[in-house]
Design a protein around this ligand. Structure first.
Ligand code: HGY
Ligand code: MN
Ligand code: MN
Length: 417
């Protein structure tokens, strides 16, 4: 199976045309922009498209009760723990064509190539994780975290979207569309997990490299916070008597930004979601709800900053009250050293300049790394732009990433044990 390099065996043009076809599902009309929310009709259409391609290649589809889609290339020794390889199909509301999609379609490309070369020893399972992005149902990574046992299905089913739909109901209607597809139990032993992803930053581009062997993912904390004041007439309520939730939010937002960036300049701090009630121009705002995203590569610094932001919220909120809900508390992780070396060796064998780097963005692999050997491969992303319609990768880099993925998978598929 290994006589010719993986490069010549993956079908780069098939991969690219499938990326472009998938990008039509959820296309908003803004050039390059995709809005494919978790468990939406678009998400279901994307899964259906993937199932069609996979069954053509002889892979067997199945869903689990968290909405994860598995496409299995059955090996000669199906009792051996399988390899798992994939990413996610959901996108941010103004997302691009490659975030998540590349990892799923490259995994399908590798499996389809292997299917055409004869049976593998272990089974290879392509996976599309449910709700990685968390833009509709926060926090994200519900599919991979439930698979890995780091969250339970019951609690994620209670998450609600902006319209008040809970994830459980959306999941039931989503899965009902695939009633003919096999259902498999939640979680199963795997021999290793691999994920190809666009870098979503500009290190590879800046260093002229094509392949990134990811050392780990920086730590991340997210919160949902409510600031609770009281509405009043904008023309009559004396300023000194107001409990203006939006003014309190403004004080908090400025104080936190200044504090975290002066404490740790390489911190990533974002307030990306904001709701104001009643959001009427002549009413003093009664409530603000917002979500906060804090990231850092060093665990001690991240914990220190996390405590600082909660303290500053308490200091700046009065005379309003607050409610603080911690959503994600994920320390930095490191990926399997042998897989990292295997990715670099495969890149070298295939003649692609490579480097090791940390992932600033979060990925499902964070959860898989808690239950198995996990590794990630990056390809360059133009100007580091992602979660944006102008997200772009070169077709030859997509093919190179898929070829390296195939090479690493083949080594794992044949390994003993
Ligand atoms: O938030 C993240 O880092 C991921 O792209 N969802
Ligand atoms: Mn992603
Ligand atoms: Mn993303």
């Amino acid at each position: 199976m290994k006589d010719e390099p993986s490069e010549t065996r993956v079908d780069g043009s098939r991969l690219w045309s499938r990326l472009m076809e998938l990008a039509q599902i959820g296309a908003t009309g803004v050039p390059g922009e995709v809005n494919r929310q978790a468990l939406s009709l678009e998400d279901a259409e994307a899964c259906a498209l993937l199932i069609g391609w996979a069954t053509e290649a002889g892979l067997e589809p199945a869903f689990d009760s968290a909405g994860n889609l598995f496409l299995t290339l059955i090996g000669n020794e199906p009792d051996l723990a399988p390899l798992l390889c994939g990413s996610h199909l959901d996108s941010q509301p103004t997302g691009g064509r490659f975030d998540g999609a590349l990892g799923v379609l490259a995994a399908l490309e590798a499996a389809s190539t292997l299917a055409g070369l004869g049976r593998t020893r272990r089974s290879l399972i392509v996976v599309a994780w449910s709700n990685e992005e968390g833009s509709r149902f926060a926090p994200g990574m519900t599919g991979s975290s439930v698979f890995a046992g780091t969250r339970d299905l019951h609690s994620i089913r209670e998450q609600t979207d902006a319209e008040g739909t809970n994830l459980g109901d959306a999941l039931d209607s989503f899965l009902a569309r695939f009633s003919a597809i096999e259902k498999r139990p939640l979680g199963f032993p795997i021999a290793a997990y691999l994920e190809l992803h666009i870098e979503q930053a500009d290190q590879l581009e800046a260093h002229g490299r094509v392949i990134g062997s990811v050392t780990g993912i920086q730590g991340k904390k997210t919160w949902e916070i409510g600031i609770n004041g009281s509405e009043a007439h904008a023309g009559t309520e004396p300023m000194a008597r107001r409990k203006d939730a939006l003014q309190a939010f403004a004080r908090i937002a400025v104080a936190l930004q200044e504090a975290v960036t002066s404490e740790a300049p390489e911190v990533m701090f974002t307030i990306g979601h904001l709701d104001v009630k009643p959001n009427a121009p002549s009413v003093v705002p009664a409530q603000v709800r917002f979500r906060m995203d804090l990231r850092h590569a060093d665990e001690t610094t991240l914990n220190r900053l996390g405590a600082l932001v909660e303290q500053l919220i308490d200091v700046n909120a009065p005379p309003c009250a607050t409610d603080i809900k911690r959503l994600v508390d994920a320390p930095p992780n490191t990926f399997d050293t042998d897989l990292r070396k295997g990715i670099l060796a495969a890149a070298e064998r295939l003649g692609h300049p490579a480097m090791e780097l940390l992932s600033a963005a979060g990925h499902d692999a964070r959860h898989l790394a808690k239950v198995t050997r996990a590794g990630m491969i990056f390809v360059p992303c133009r100007a580091g732009l992602s979660h944006h319609p102008d997200e772009w990768i070169e077709p030859e880099h997509a093919a190179a990433g898929a070829a390296v993925l195939l090479e690493v998978l083949e080594n794992l598929l044949d390994e003993e044990g």
